[in-house]
Structures are given as structure tokens and as C-alpha cells.
Design a protein around this ligand. Structure first.
Ligand code: ADP
Ligand code: MG
Length: 659
């Protein structure tokens, strides 16, 4: 894989690499992100204003004017049989060298009226840039769209020489798809808008197919694993009866799905349990671990934070009284011998002691999966992985679950345990912040409730700077609430201090807990009824929804307040969406549409593939692709799905795909 095109020397290669173009193929797959339609050639007198046109004419005069402020202006007067038009560029003194008086040239651009003259500012010129629909490419210094247009136009046939369409022609015509060569030709040199649309559709189709094929193959390869241990069915009714509530229908259904996986003799579970905040995912972890333990096998439950690990530890100890429950954090080491039916609850510190428990480990549960990087998640995936259940509170839109998570089986908790009071959500304008604090203070005193205040926190992980700002904010808040008890915890708070504070908060000895978003995941304090989120615009909507889920867990009405300094209309609208929507799925869909998957799911999965043409919110396209792959597999059973996987250079996979 390299460059074979004439005229691409070492200097150009360095520049191309800046755009992540590493070969001829990479160049071919460097797609324009928009186009200008200069296909309309017109006489000067007929050229309408404010439209894209191409004009052929003779150069009447060329001027390079140097302005007083050190800037310069280039002006050409062009004439044809019907009139004259001014062409003006700025600060391109060398440009005029390209032209000579009397020559005939084509120029293209948007016409306007300037000092009473028809004028085109910064027109395009020359055969590759006028008289047609011209592509605009992602550029870098020294590689302009002009360069791409010329290079690709001149060498397109060479670039296409080794391109073979992997899709059977018959399927292409059945699905009205352009063949690959034509699509690639059209994307760079479109003949007209409709053929361009067809090309874009075909290439979008390929991008989605690539992801689907990848998921499909990953799923297949996981299916070749045989379970490490064959688990038997034991009654779990003792545990179910011990719960102080009845399982919801969703929980029952998910349990059936998980149980079938656990008891399967030839398949290892690889399942994603997806359920909104407080939908009761822990119950399923309990049931799975219980069944595993009955089989005298171990379970490992990974929690993203120590707070959550401790909370799970308490819950598991409470419900699974006869089973050894072991807590494993950065500080405590595993005992030399671990009972063979133990349930180990761990933070990712478990990675460093993994040899100790892999022997008898039959079940791995990863809670709040989106907080783990790929490395952490796959650390137990050897050739003999344990049954794996990943749990996430980020609702995953169907389009995403089909493509990115297509390799996992999916269980969804749709209905929440009981009708909870809806958290009332408000975007608080700058000038009402003090009122809001005043109200909060009154509410805490009157109703003995508690609150979280989440401090600005911009980076994905806490840094010295963000912690400093949290500390500063904490000092300020102490002055605002002089007669209330406030405490601060952040990612660098010592574990003992943190546990002390959390215990005090749980016992209502603290009124307001000031934190960074480490409280996002899992924490369960039913008496906390208000959450204030500062600089809310820095968060994704799904993330805000999760933060909001920290309240509304008890019987009292709960409130969520967003503060923002941002007055950008889009940002405000996005936050306002949360005022009226509590459905996590809808929020995730909305986030996906307005911010794109990278931002919506960046914490859900590292290495999210970035699509060049297709969109993850295009459910229709994704469904068509899914059908297409089915057709392909039915009609061409020997077709190798690997052929659908675009290489790194043509689909910019930014990291490793999910295992
Ligand atoms: P999450 O899905 O966010 O992890 P949890 O498992 O922490 O949610 O459950 C949230 C709360 O709901 C807990 O207090 C739990 O005891 C309770 N809960 C779970 N299942 C039910 C149920 N079927 N009926 C009533 N309450 C339930
Ligand atoms: Mg949870």
C-alpha cells in the first residue's frame, strides 16, 4: 500500500499523511464533503445575481493592486460578446502570473453586484474547476481542493485500475445500486446531481455494510468459543422471594434471555443489558451471579468507580447471605485462596490480579460498561472467555445497536420498576441562579432533603485544573450556603475521606454534596432530591440524563437544574430538550442527530468509527444494508463477508473495534 501515481513526491506524501491518506486507495477514498454546482455556463449579460455560474470570456485587463494596509487585491476584467464582469481576489499576488491579457478562460463562482459592476469574488478557474459540479475536499496546508480536483481527475483511471466491486452484479441491479467503479468515479467527478446522489448512496451503503460485516464476523468468531464450564439450572426462587419487590416484566424477560445463555452447552454469553438509569439492572447481575455460585463457580463484577463497587458489595452481601462476596479495589488484595463459589466485586484494579481468579471464573459482569476502555473490557477475553454480561445505562438507538454492537446479543429493560415521580428539569438563566440557590436552601431546611451540585468539568478525565475549579467553586458555594453543611468529593479525593463523606451523606449529615461528575454512575441516595449541574453545555445529553438519574429515587418530588453560560441557540435548545423529555432512548436518538455518534457515544465506546458519507442516524439505510447482507448470505452462501470490510484508510476507524 503506497503511492504509485506520477507526480506524488516525498513532500506531497507528508502532506497527504496529515489527512490520513497513505496510499492510492486512500486518495481514491478521500471523499469531497460538499460540492459547488458550476455546471451552468452562461453569457455575462444573462448571468443572474447570487447564483453559481461558469463564464467563458476573454481577459481584458489584469491588475495587482497593493493596498495601504499591506494587503493586496487582484482584479481581472473579463468580457464576452454580451458584456463585461469583474473578477476579484484578495492577497494572492502570484495569481495574476497565470493569466495574460487577450487569453480566453473559464471562471466560475457566485455573481454579485459590487460598486455597480457584476463581480465574482475569488472565482475558480481552469478546466478542472469550472463548467461542472466541482467537489470540495477536506484540505490541509499545501493541498487544496484545486490540487485534489486536478490530481484525481488526471489519474482517476489509474486509481480505479485495481478496484473490483465485491458485490455480485445481480444484487446490485436488484437493489438499484451503482457499481463501485462508477460510484467512485461519480463521487469525484459527478456528471449531475442525480448520479452524484446515487454514488453517495452506494458508498454510504458500503460503509454501513463494512460495520455490519465486521460485527457479524466478530459474533461468529465468539460463537466458536465453547463454554469453559457447563452450568446447571438451580432454583433461584429463594433469592427472588427475598427481593422486597416483584420483578418487572422487562427484568423477567431479560432474565430468561440471560439464563438461556448461561445454561447453554455450546455458546458463551456475550450480551449487552441496556436499561435506563434505575431500571433495575443490578437485580440481573444478582440473579446471574447467584446461579453461577450455585454451580460452585465464580463471578467477577467490574464496577467503574470505587463508590459503585462498594455499593454493589453492600447490595450483594445483603441479598446473597450464604455466598462469599469479596471486594477488590486498588487497596485490598485478593486472599490466597478464593472460594470456588465466590462473587468478586472489583474496580478495574482487578486487572492487576487477574491470574488469581481466572481459573474458576465462569461469569464476568461489566457494570456501566461505557466507563471502561476496550482494553479493560477485553482483559479476560482469551480463547476461553467466561460468560460476559455488559450493562449500560446509555440507551442505545437501534441504528447503533445494529451496527456497532451488532456482535452482542441485546437485552433491554424497557419499563422502570415502579411509577416514579418524574424529575422536574429546568434550564436556569444566568440571572436566576441566585434565586435557584435560595430556593434550594429553603427546600433543604424545610423538607430535610439533600442535593448534589456538579461542578464544571470539561475533560473526559479529571485533571489538576478541573479539580482546582471544583475546589474554588466549593469555597464559593460554602459562602452562598453559610448555614448548610457542604462537602466536596472529586476523583482525587482519598478513598477513606470519600467513603466517610458518602456515608455521612447517606445518613443525611451533609446537606449538599459538591462533586465532579464522578457521581454519574450508579450511586443510589434516595433522599437526594435536587441536582444542580453547572456548565451543562459541556456534557452530552445522554450524560446529563444519567446525572439527572442520581435524583428521583425516593418518594419525594425531585428537581434537576442546568446552569449554562453559553447563549448559543443550538446549545440552549439541546438543553431545553431535556426539560421536556425523560425517555433515555429519545434523548440518545436526539443526541445522535444533533451531535453525531462520536460525541454521544465517545464514552460508551472508544474507537468509534467515523463514517464519511453514511450517518448513524439513518435507520432506513442501516435496515436496507441489513436486508442486503441477508440476501447476500442466502443467495451466495460462499460469499466471504470479509470482502465487505473497508480497510482503515477508506473507512477511518479511529481505534479498535469492539472485541
Ligand atoms: P440501575 O439499572 O440504574 O443499575 P438499580 O439496579 O440500581 O438500577 O436499581 C435501582 C433501584 O430500583 C434500586 O433501589 C433497586 O432496589 C430498585 N428495584 C430494582 N428492581 C425493582 C423492581 N422490580 N421493583 C421495585 N424496585 C426495584
Ligand atoms: Mg447500576
Amino acid at each position: 500500500m503506497s503511492f504509485t501515481l506520477p507526480g506524488i513526491g516525498p513532500k506531497t506524501i507528508v502532506k497527504l499523511e496529515k489527512l490520513n491518506i497513505k496510499s492510492d486507495l486512500g486518495l481514491l477514498y478521500h471523499f469531497p464533503y460538499r460540492y459547488l454546482d458550476f455546471s451552468k455556463s452562461i453569457k455575462i449579460s444573462q448571468a443572474p445575481l447570487e447564483q453559481n455560474v461558469t463564464i467563458n470570456g476573454q481577459i481584458q485587463s489584469i491588475n495587482n493592486l497593493f493596498l495601504r494596509n499591506g494587503k493586496s487585491l487582484q482584479k481581472i476584467v473579463l468580457t464576452d460578446s454580451t458584456g463585461s464582469i469583474d473578477l476579484i481576489w484578495f492577497n494572492q499576488p502570484y495569481l495574476t502570473k497565470n493569466f495574460q491579457q487577450g487569453q480566453v478562460w473559464a471562471f466560475a463562482g457566485t455573481t454579485s453586484l459590487y460598486h455597480g459592476h457584476k463581480t465574482i469574488f475569488s472565482p475558480e478557474y481552469g478546466q478542472f474547476n469550472t463548467g461542472k459540479i466541482i467537489p470540495i475536499y477536506p484540505e490541509t496546508k499545501g493541498l487544496t481542493s484545486r490540487w485534489f480536483r486536478k490530481t484525481i481527475s488526471l489519474h482517476l483511471n489509474l486509481l480505479l485500475k485495481n478496484i473490483i466491486d465485491p458485490l455480485p452484479p445481480k444484487l446490485l441491479s436488484q437493489n438499484s445500486l451503482l457499481n463501485l467503479n462508477n460510484a467512485l468515479k461519480e463521487i469525484h467527478l459527478p456528471q449531475n446531481q442525480s448520479s452524484l446522489n446515487k454514488a453517495r448512496y452506494r458508498l454510504a451503503f458500503d460503509e454501513i455494510n463494512s460495520l455490519l460485516a465486521l460485527s457479524h464476523l466478530q459474533k461468529k468468531s465468539w460463537e466458536t468459543f465453547s463454554p469453559k464450564f457447563i452450568l446447571k439450572n438451580y432454583s433461584i426462587s429463594k433469592l427472588i422471594n427475598y427481593f422486597p419487590f416483584e420483578l418487572t416484566d422487562s427484568q423477567k424477560k431479560a432474565w430468561q434471555e440471560i439464563k438461556a445463555d448461561l445454561l447453554s452447552k455450546n455458546k458463551v454469553m456475550n450480551r449487552l443489558l441496556c436499561g435506563d438509569v434505575a431500571s433495575g439492572k443490578t437485580v440481573l447481575a444478582l440473579l446471574s451471579a447467584y446461579l453461577t455460585s450455585q454451580n460452585q463457580k465464580q463471578s467477577l463484577i467490574l464496577a467503574p468507580t470505587e463508590i459503585l463497587a462498594r455499593q454493589h458489595f453492600a447490595t450483594f452481601k445483603h441479598y446473597l447471605k450464604d455466598i462469599p462476596i469479596i471486594l477488590l479495589t486498588a487497596k485490598n488484595y485478593l486472599p490466597k485462596t478464593i472460594p470456588k463459589n465466590a462473587v468478586i466485586i472489583a474496580t478495574h484494579a482487578a486487572i492487576f490480579q487477574k491470574e488469581k481468579f481466572t481459573d474458576n471464573l465462569a461469569l464476568l459482569i461489566i457494570d456501566e460498561q461505557h466507563k471502561f476502555g476496550v482494553n479493560q473490557r477485553s482483559f479476560l477475553n482469551s480463547t476461553h472467555p467466561p460468560h460476559t454480561l455488559t450493562m449500560t445505562a446509555t440507551p442505545i438507538p437501534r441504528s447503533i445497536s445494529l451496527t456497532i454492537f451488532g456482535n452482542l446479543d441485546l437485552s433491554t429493560l424497557k419499563n422502570l420498576p415502579k411509577k416514579r415521580l418524574q424529575v422536574k428539569t429546568f434550564l436556569v438563566p444566568q440571572n436566576k441562579i441566585f434565586n435557584c440557590y435560595h430556593w434550594l436552601s429553603t427546600d433543604i431546611k424545610k423538607n430535610k432533603t439533600q442535593a448534589f451540585i456538579v461542578c464544571p468539568f470539561i475533560e473526559e478525565s479529571e485533571t489538576a485544573i478541573t479539580i482546582k475549579s471544583a475546589k474554588k467553586e466549593f469555597e464559593l458555594l460554602k459562602q452562598i450556603f453559610p448555614d448548610l453543611k457542604l462537602e466536596l468529593i472529586h476523583g482525587k479525593t482519598k478513598t477513606e475521606t470519600r467513603n466517610e463523606i458518602l456515608t455521612k451523606f447517606k445518613n443525611n449529615k451533609i446537606n449538599i454534596l459538591v462533586t465532579t461528575p464522578i457521581i454519574e454512575v450508579g450511586i443510589d441516595f434516595p433522599n437526594a432530591t435536587t441536582i444542580v449541574i453547572q456548565s451543562a453545555e459541556h456534557f452530552g445529553l445522554s450524560q446529563l440524563h444519567q446525572l439527572r438519574g442520581r435524583v428521583g429515587r425516593g418518594a419525594l418530588q425531585s428537581y434537576c437544574y442546568f446552569f449554562t453560560e453559553n447563549t448559543n441557540k443550538g446549545a440552549i435548545e439541546r438543553l431545553k430538550y431535556l426539560e421536556k423529555t425523560i425517555d433515555g432512548f429519545k434523548i440518545a436518538e436526539f443526541d445522535l442527530k444533533t451531535r453525531g455518534p462520536g460525541e454521544t457515544f465517545s464514552t460508551l465506546q472508544h474507537g468509534f468509527p467515523s463514517l464519511k458519507i453514511a450517518s448513524f442516524s439513518d435507520v432506513k439505510l442501516i435496515e436496507s444494508c441489513q436486508l442486503f447482507i441477508q440476501q447476500l448470505q442466502q443467495n451466495y452462501p460462499n460469499f466471504d463477508l470479509k470482502k465487505l470490510i473497508l480497510n482503515q484508510n477508506s473507512l477511518s476507524l479511529t481505534g479498535k473495534h469492539l472485541n
